[in-house]
Design a protein around this ligand. Structure first.
Ligand code: NAD
Length: 479
């Protein structure tokens, strides 16, 4: 009789960010017998995960975290907590049999004009720590998005750091495909789970034990096991192809503007072709977020490294078109306001890089606002989830702080942002901004010469909004 596989009993996840936190919350909910500890170097982030004010905004996240993190009572039954957050990284490593690495892999510039590669310093630091402190065998599942070949490199690191110990490390690739804004939905019902492993018996067994964790709620046929290189490249390829669709529709949007075609009509007509599909075909000011640009540049770097210059050039254009789209969008606003923004107020509704997240990394809004400010406009910003200090921090990376104080205000509701504005620019497609046409409530507070940017329309006033506060300077700390 075949012996049953040893189940995973304890998981440690290194990195409590947008990936580590939600992923482990869902794993803990679905596997009540597994102890899941998410660790991070950042004390404030860990404190927030333990509190009612989670460090990130994500629909449904709070319920999932509270369910697994806090003791639950129903009738006579008690569900003990199995989700923990900690900065005691070493203890969590020691007691785990499965360790996820979910740390950041930002872009770093390499050499003089040589390109941009993924910075693997955080991944390497996490791996070295695991190798140094482990006293029993571990499965290490690499969840961060990395260049192909990283699992191979990690095996060498583990072999060299732990060369005098009997501890065995099985390195797997297990990239995460969640999208911010729909992370919990994506985690609960993933299109696929990808596990990359070596083909020797121990590695395949480790892959099966990891698959068992997901199989608690994911149908087996959606759990794909491939080699590590395929797994690592598939994650990059998926993000690059999604970014490519956005750059494709944005480049078509430029052609629409000069020819009289309507980009929404084109997107609908093209998207209805079942070979193409309708998703990710909405024209915009450009993609943002921490992943798309970074992952396209990573693919470009890989192609360059293997002397595939034409391939590198092809993917590089996806990022170039994105930069062009942001510049074109700002230019269009300026031209529509008679080529001068001098002392004109522009309302910016939405700052997050997409709806249903508070994440502003690489948000197109930062770039577009910066261009408007450079033309001497006053920019009045409203976003339902992004904190004012985040908006300030995003802008001060590119602009002088003193100059900004006179040119930016941050608002608690869209109406005060729009008051007296010459243009309303909607840069995040929050549902609250979606209405048919320009409601009179907003029209009344706009300047006479109104420019409604036709990406999306303007929000409806609610009774709560009409009680909202008045405009505040961004330098005031009583926000
Ligand atoms: P993040 O910046 O939100 O979180 C990473 C966390 O890792 C940070 O809190 C940081 O303090 C912590 N960290 C770094 N080094 C550490 C160490 N040695 N020990 C302990 N903690 C450490 O990043 P993220 O958005 O969660 O992304 C993580 C990875 O997942 C990246 O490679 C990213 O490309 C990939 N990814 C992100 C998304 C997304 O939507 N954000 C989706 C899929 C994949």
């Amino acid at each position: 009789m075949q012996r049953a596989r040893e189940p995973v009993r304890s998981i440690c996840c290194i990195g409590a960010g947008y990936v580590g936190g939600p992923t482990c919350a869902v794993i803990a909910c679905q596997n009540p017998k597994i102890q899941v500890t998410v660790v991070d170097l950042d004390q404030a982030r860990i404190d927030a995960w333990k509190s009612d004010h989670l460090p990130i905004f994500e629909p449904g996240l709070r319920d999932v975290v509270q369910f697994a993190r806090d003791e639950q009572y129903s009738g006579h039954e008690t569900r003990p907590p199995n989700l923990f957050f900690s900065t005691d990284i070493d203890s969590a490593i020691v007691s785990a049999d499965l360790i996820f690495i979910a740390v950041n892999t930002p872009t770093k510039l390499v050499g003089q004009g040589a390109g941009s590669a993924s910075d693997l310093a955080y991944v390497e630091a996490a791996a070295r720590r695991i190798a140094e402190v482990s006293t029993s065998d571990k499965i290490v599942a690499q969840k961060s998005t990395v260049p192909c070949g990283t699992a191979h490199t990690l095996r060498h690191i583990f072999a060299s750091v732990a060369q005098n110990s009997d501890v065995n490390f099985e390195i797997l690739s297990n990239p995460e495909f969640l999208a911010e804004g729909t992370a919990i939905r994506d985690l609960l019902s993933p299109d696929r789970i990808l596990i990359g492993s070596n083909t020797d018996r121990r590695a395949l067994q480790a892959a099966e034990r990891l698959a068992d964790v997901y199989a608690a709620w994911v149908p087996r046929e959606r759990i794909l096991t491939v080699n590590c290189w395929s797994s690592e490249l598939s994650k990059l390829a998926a993000n690059c192809m999604l970014a490519q669709r956005i750059s494709s529709i944005n480049s078509l949007s430029a052609i629409c503007e000069v020819t009289g075609a309507d980009v929404d009509e084109v997107a609908q007509a093209v998207g209805q072709d079942t070979r193409i599909g309708s998703k990710m075909l909405k024209a915009s000011a450009g993609f943002g977020g921490s992943c798309f640009k970074k992952d396209v540049l990573c693919l470009v770097y890989i192609a360059e490294s293997y002397n595939l210059h034409e391939v590198a050039l092809y993917w590089r254009r996806i990022v170039d078109i994105n930069e062009y789209s942001k510049a074109r969008f700002a230019k269009w606003i300026i031209q529509s306001l008679h080529n001068t923004l001098d002392r004109k107020k522009i309302a910016i509704l939405g700052w997050a890089y997409k709806k249903d997240t508070g994440d502003t990394r690489e948000s197109a809004a930062i770039n577009v606002a910066g261009q408007l400010i450079a033309e001497n406009a006053h920019v009045a910003v409203y976003d339902p989830e992004v904190r004012p200090d985040q908006i300030i921090s995003d802008l001060t990376q590119h602009h002088n702080t003193d100059a900004l104080a006179k040119k930016v205000s941050i608002h608690k509701n869209p109406y005060s942002a729009c008051e007296g504005a010459s243009a309303v620019v909607i840069l995040t497609e929050w549902d609250e901004f979606k209405t048919d046409g320009l409601p009179s409530a907003v029209a009344n507070v706009l300047d006479k010469e109104v420019l409604e940017v036709p990406l999306v329309s303007v929000p409806r006033r609610t009774s709560e909004d009409s009680r909202g506060s008045s405009e505040r300077s961004w330098v005031r700390d009583d926000y």
